[in-house]
Design a protein around this ligand. Structure first.
Ligand SMILES: [Zn+2]
Length: 702
């Protein structure tokens, strides 16, 4: 997936707390981190450190805000905007560690802290965004901004903060503000509930235990071994266990010859949160959607999608609808052809059944073998995790001159994590990169990029970022390294693209440095995926883990050709989820809905075929109900237009490592990405607006 570069800004991230303040002098969050590069001292951070640190950090932030408000001098850039921009640093520091670890290494104690924090942080956020005295000072600067002799970046920061306040209700009446506070607090708790239910439904409430060896027919040995190890961990003797995390489920769907069992596991997957048990998410979805309409209307927007998209490159939900439907109309006929092709195989094999959603991966794999002659098992030996990692480091080195040095002296939050120091071509320190590869029960699913410290500016000096990539890749077994699927390979390049964005970011102001709209965020990541599949790049990194031989030309050709494989399905299941997301957030009245019926209507409206489910059904659509992608799941494909067009620039130049283009891309689209509107920055790199043609061509949809 995707994922998320967590860009925290004062205006969007803070929430608050009310427990008793127990201040520990040894609390590691309070002093300068005594570690190499001042990375978080994970070895000294005990779960009991968080609550006192949060309470102290919130108090400190309040004091800083109060100092701005109480300032008797005329509001100006320094005493108001800059002071506000630089406030809350302790809170950011604690939040980054806590919220990142709550995703990657959680337990009941962490979850209970998150629950206690939720209303407190929400209140703190509101205390700031609804602080009238603070807003009136920001407004005073905003109104005189043109006469203040500010440079372009200072002007942008002033305008951004003014708009943030406006969007968060600063112009509302006292009654309306109170209502907004309540809505925000409830919404924040509902998201937590959604996420916890989903985690339980994924990791606890379902497992497919195979007792009869015959039921493993068709599965590759590595998958069987993995399932045996899982069984062992669960103290089940002579059995094999499969779960609902994708690395466990997808190979089962692709290869297992037992159709009834494939149905069983896929049902387990797509019924998550919809089982009528204590983890059912239907009422949570209903409530979230309803409250979001109320919130949008309170803020003067006709619906939640209009509120969100107003801040994006796309500007209106109508623009997004039109954009998505254009792609939908190109993709749906391709998916229908794929169904016909697979049905032929079923008929040929005397199957006597109609293709169902749980059959898709199995028959797609047969089509792949027959038509594209590419099977994952043939590929996998060339994509050991360490080779793929070294390959993506090599590409970054060739493009940008940066290098990566493994560190073994940095504290870790889990022994599976690897750390690297990233240096400029001239040896200057650029930042730190954490890599956390494998699934575990304490970690949520998916792959994402985040940071423990953003690039910044303090006392005239650059603050180096500490980036982190989190994945859920197949674990190594006793006698085999972690071998990645092609999808996992591109995922790693993708998340690494986000990390490069974070590492290269420049800018003096927290509000704008590296901060881009949601439909731009995926440009740096998605463009990076392109290099993973370039023949010259593959030859350099895709080497057999046993023999060290580079991937044969025959397989490279197959990978290239396979880029068009299953694109109808891929695009349709993604677009279906995007359109479902938009439908929920284009509701203009806070009506009572039944998510199951709502979802069915939404899919019927666009003519989704019964053989495909949306990539995420409502009750496990974490991006929009427990993540930052509400009315924004479309952004991946919006950015795909940008990335296909941008990579095309390298291709057209005849040199995929074109240093001049790379340096322009680094400067305008990564380092200075927050300096101006996304389209403006993009045009500085490309010299023109992006065209949709490269994307359609790339996906075989045209
Ligand atoms: Zn991403």
């Amino acid at each position: 997936m995707r994922q998320i570069l967590v860009l925290l800004t004062v205006s969007t991230m803070f929430f608050l707390n009310s427990c008793k303040l127990v201040k520990k002098p040894e609390n590691p969050f309070f002093g300068v981190y005594q570690t190499p590069f001042q990375v978080p001292p994970f070895d000294k951070i005990d779960t009991s450190c968080y609550m006192p640190a949060f309470l102290e950090a919130i108090k400190k932030h309040n004091t800083e805000i109060e100092a701005i408000v109480q300032n008797t001098r005329t509001p100006d850039f320094e005493n108001t905007i800059l002071a506000f921009d630089q406030s809350g640093k302790l809170l950011t520091r604690v939040s980054k560690v806590f919220y990142n670890l709550n995703e990657t290494n959680t337990d009941a104690h962490m979850q209970s802290i998150a629950r206690r924090l939720s209303p407190l942080m929400s209140k703190h956020n509101d205390d700031i965004s609804l602080n009238e005295k603070l807003f009136s000072r920001i407004k005073a600067v905003y109104e005189k901004r043109k006469e203040m002799n500010l440079d372009s970046q200072q002007l942008r920061v002033v305008e951004k903060y003014y708009r943030d306040f406006e969007r968060q209700g600063a112009n509302l009446s006292p009654d309306q503000k109170e209502k907004l506070r309540k809505l925000n607090a409830e919404l924040s708790l509902l998201s937590l509930t959604f996420g916890e239910n989903l985690l339980a439904e994924t990791n606890e409430n379902f497992s497919l235990v195979i007792e009869n060896k015959k039921d493993l027919d068709g599965l590759p040995q590595s998958v069987i071994d993995g399932a045996a190890e899982t069984a062992k961990e669960k103290k089940l003797k002579d059995k094999w266990v499969f779960g609902l995390s994708k690395p466990s489920m997808i190979p089962f769907l692709q290869y297992d010859g037992n159709r009834a069992l494939r149905e069983k596991i896929y049902r387990g997957y797509f019924m998550r949160g919809d089982n009528g048990n204590k983890n059912d998410n239907n009422s949570t979805v209903h409530r979230i959607v309803k409250l979001r309409v109320e919130k949008a209307k309170l803020l003067g927007f006709k619906n939640y999608a209009a509120y969100i998209i107003d801040d994006n490159m796309a500007k209106t939900p109508e623009n997004v609808d039109a954009f998505l439907m254009k792609l939908w109309n190109s993709a749906l006929p391709v998916a229908k052809k794929e169904v016909i092709e697979m049905q032929k195989i079923i008929d040929r094999e005397g199957g006597k059944f109609k293709l169902q959603p749980w059959d898709w991966w199995y028959y797609a794999e047969i089509v792949r073998k027959e038509k594209f002659d590419l099977n994952e098992n043939e590929l996998k030996p060339y994509f050991s995790l360490s080779n793929v990692r070294d390959g993506m480091f090599m590409v970054a080195n060739k493009l940008y001159g940066i290098s990566f040095t493994k560190r073994t002296d940095l504290p870790l939050y889990h022994p599976d994590v690897e750390t690297y120091e990233v240096k400029e071509a001239n040896g200057d320190h650029l930042g730190i990169l954490y890599l956390d590869y494998y699934p575990r029960d304490s970690k949520r699913g998916g792959a994402w990029c985040t940071d423990f410290r953003s690039a910044g500016w303090e006392n005239g000096k650059r603050i180096a970022p500490v980036m982190s990539l989190v994945c859920n890749f197949t674990k190594p077994t006793t006698d085999m390294p972690s071998l990645l699927s092609w999808d996992e390979t591109t995922t790693l390049f993708h998340e690494f693209g986000h990390a490069l964005h974070g590492l290269f970011t420049e800018g003096k102001y927290i509000r704008t440095a590296g901060v881009v709209p949601q439909d731009y965020v995926e440009l740096p990541s998605q463009i990076n995926e392109n290099w993973a599949g370039e023949p010259a790049v593959l030859k350099a990194y895709a080497k057999n883990y046993k023999t060290g031989e580079p991937i044969p030309d025959k397989l490279v050709e197959k990978i290239l050709k396979s880029g068009l494989f299953n694109q109808g399905f891929e695009t349709v299941e993604y677009l279906a989820a995007s359109l479902l997301d938009l439908d929920y957030h284009e509701m203009t009245e806070p009506e009572d809905i039944n998510p199951e019926i709502f979802e069915k209507n939404a899919m019927d409206k666009i003519g989704l075929i019964p053989e495909i489910l949306p990539r995420y059904r409502s009750t496990y659509f974490a991006h929009i109900f427990d993540g930052g992608y509400a009315a924004g799941y479309y952004v991946y494909i919006w950015a795909a237009v940008l990335d296909a067009d941008a990579f095309n620039a390298f291709k057209e130049s005849g040199d995929i490592y074109n240093k001049e283009l790379a340096s322009k891309f680094r400067k305008y689209c990564l380092a200075e990405s927050g300096n101006d509107e996304g389209m403006v920055q993009y045009k500085k790199f490309r010299g023109q607006e992006p065209s949709v043609e490269p994307l359609l061509k790339h996906r075989g949809l045209k």
